[in-house]
Design a binder for this molecule. Structure first.
Ligand code: UDP
Length: 316
């Protein structure tokens, strides 16, 4: 296959580049490098089946030659990023999805949208299955991300129904691993870097909010299986082993053997506005349709991620 990956220099996008190249495909990574970095794909430069194009997908995309698949991952999924760049976040979900769907239609390519568990908002159904419509505050600070992805899903379904584009939608739950940015602001890089530096772990509020953490290799495996499947409705991918943020902090401290303390902080900015109180994927559908199950235990995944950050932070 000849595949375009938008957000190809980002965290999940760059791992997908690696995987699809390994599977023998030709990969074109597209990224505006606003939050993605060439460091994530530097090891691929010179690879004869890999190309990189610096481009912002909110603008018209011109690409020569055929394409078999478009994987649309360009996005600003970190709360720090979408709070700093709210309009860009809405544009990439709306205009970027429009441009990439148009490209897929023009090329007769399969289209995969990277959507998110954020479409469920602060959920009133727990765990969240794909049939749940969600509980999102459209006008809150977090709404720029949630609504951009909800719009992206609606647009993807419209292109499928009205233009016959062959689409897939993955709802990605919290995912972590090497190549996240140290300053990304999400809980895994924050806690790991704080623990490695000996700084206090910043647990927001009382640490009772819950998440399941999926290691990047499991996520990529699920996404590739979905791409090759026949399922045209959204599929959840994530790890259903639910832990509280406080438990997560304690696990990180134990694994890194860090002397850091836990500090309960009450952010006064918008970081925790509409922060979902609980989140856990119902992955029954992915198990049944894709024969997929996350298999990297949290402690193993965290060890690998800590090894990555030790080098990044110059502590190895
Ligand atoms: N969080 C925290 N301390 C941090 C960063 C995040 O307590 O330094 C909390 C955050 O409020 C949320 C959870 O960890 O309840 C997961 O946050 P993240 O930004 O990683 O992802 P989210 O699931 O909110 O998109």
């Amino acid at each position: 296959m000849r595949v375009l990956i938008t957000g190809g220099a980002g965290f999940i996008g760059s791992h997908l580049c690696d995987r699809l190249l390994k599977d023998g495909h030709e990969v074109i990574a597209m990224d505006n490098l606003r939050t993605g970095t060439v460091d994530n794909i530097a090891h691929l430069s010179g690879h004869n089946r890999f190309h990189f194009i610096k481009h912002d997908v909110t603008n018209y995309i011109f690409l020569e030659g055929h394409l078999d698949a478009v994987l649309h991952l360009a996005s600003l999924p970190s709360p720090v990023d979408y709070l700093n760049l709210p309009i860009q976040t809405l544009k990439v979900g709306a205009l970027g999805t429009h441009k990439t769907l148009g490209l897929a239609m023009d090329k007769g390519a399969r289209f995969l949208l990277a959507s998110t568990s954020e479409v469920y908002g602060d959920p009133l159904e727990h765990p969240q299955s794909e049939t749940y419509w969600g509980n999102v505050n459209p006008i809150g600070p977090r709404g720029v991300y949630d609504e951009s992805k909800r719009f992206a899903e609606a647009l993807t379904m419209a292109y499928q129904r009205y233009h016959g584009v062959d689409t897939r939608i993955v709802r990605i739950f919290n995912t972590y691993g090497p190549r996240m940015r140290a300053d990304d602001g999400r809980v895994a890089p924050n806690f790991i870097c704080q623990a490695l530096r000996g700084d206090p772990l910043t647990v927001y509020d009382d640490g009772s909010r819950t998440r399941g953490f999926c290691y990047i290799d499991d996520m990529v495996e699920g996404m590739v299986r979905l791409l090759h499947s026949d399922e045209r409705l959204p599929v959840n991918l994530g790890n259903p082993s639910e832990v509280s943020v406080l438990e997560f902090a304690q696990i990180v401290l134990r694994l890194t053997r860090s002397p850091s303390e836990i500090q309960f902080v009450r952010p006064t900015d918008a970081r925790t506005a509409d922060d979902p109180k609980v989140r856990c994927p119902d992955i029954t559908k992915a198990k049944r349709l894709l024969d997929w199950n996350p298999c990297v235990p949290l402690e193993e995944g965290l060890r690998r991620t800590a090894d990555y950050f030790r080098i990044k932070l110059g502590l190895a």
